[in-house]
Design a protein around this ligand. Structure first.
Ligand code: GRG
Length: 282
């Protein structure tokens, strides 16, 4: 099954969970609840949830055990996009072809909707259903991994360094460090967290972490290649050129695939998703 077919098969699972977790749009406070749903439905590619499910499959578990992690990573991803679009950050009026949350609901509600989406991510991981699916120990480990991935050492720290980034005053290592935190850490948490929720052994979860780190950075390099015509921000393109960046993404893909060596069929979704993350056209 190719990556798009895999994502299409798994997306209804996470969408159902997201719909159940988010407050109804007509409940009070309506502005907040509508703002929280604005970017979740319809969503984007739902790549991170698919990676959580595929991580669970590679661990040999029932992929449905990863649903709380799949929902949590998509909620964090959505919160980060809502905040990234704000006037004080990237100041974008449009995302996925629709007006951004702050354009529709105002800056204050957009900040608060992002905050509430992040809280909802941890709620997703700690419901009684999540405990029943994965067990208390796996839930605790998954919460720890997600917290580390999205805080000062991960997503938020990477975003701060990205905002302060100056083109022309940098090194490849500095760019990769930002990619690893801003984009890679959440992707890594999705895959490894899926493996944890499905009862993967510590050795297998460590392999998933290394796979996730490589795919996370490669995903961002691929994103930079897709945006090659736009003003260059924090990107490997000015340092490596288009062909050099493409080659680097392929190297990272190979490194990710190497981590799955010997896992056979059960890791096939992860292999397909890695190829998709690197070679996608949008
Ligand atoms: C505000 C804490 C905070 C972080 C913001 C999300 C983000 C970090 C910045 C947005 C800009 C950007 C290029 C981020 C890198 C990650 C990335 C490529 C996000 C887009 O992910 P996709 O392509 O999006 O999976 P869809 O729309 O498909 O969900």
């Amino acid at each position: 099954m190719d990556a798009l077919a895999y994502i299409a098969e798994r997306t209804p699972w996470v969408d159902e969970a997201l719909d159940a977790l988010l407050p109804p749009a007509d409940a009070a406070p309506e502005e907040l609840n509508k703002a929280m749903r604005h970017l979740v439905f319809p969503g984007g590619k739902r790549l991170r949830p698919a990676l959580a499910y595929a991580g669970a499959e590679a661990a040999g578990g029932d992929p449905r055990r990863a649903t709380p992690m799949a929902a949590a990573v998509e909620l964090v991803h959505t919160y980060s996009l809502v905040h990234d679009d704000l006037p004080c950050m990237d100041d974008d009026d449009e995302r996925r072809g629709r007006p951004t949350v702050h354009v529709v609901f105002g800056d204050a509600v957009a900040v608060l909707a992002g905050d509430a989406l992040q809280a909802c991510a941890f709620e997703a991981l700690t419901t009684s259903e999540a405990h029943a699916l994965a067990g208390a120990e796996a839930v605790a480990v998954a919460v720890g991994r997600l917290s580390r991935a999205i805080g000062a050492a991960g997503l938020v720290g990477g975003q701060v360094d990205d905002l302060a980034f100056e083109v022309g005053h940098t090194t490849e290592a500095a760019v990769v460090s930002i990619h690893r935190r801003k984009t890679g850490a959440l992707i890594q948490a999705a895959v490894a967290g899926g493996g944890v929720m499905a009862g993967g052994s510590p050795g297998l979860v460590a392999r998933l972490e290394r796979y996730g780190e490589a795919v996370g950075v490669a995903f961002q390099v691929a994103d930079d290649l897709l945006d090659a015509d736009e003003d260059e921000g924090c990107s490997l393109l000015p340092l490596l050129g288009i062909e050099g960046a493409r080659a680097r993404a392929e190297q990272l893909l190979e490194a990710a695939l190497d981590e799955l060596e010997g896992l056979g069929e059960r890791a096939e979704p992860l292999r397909e998703l890695a190829r998709f993350a690197v070679r996608r056209k949008s």
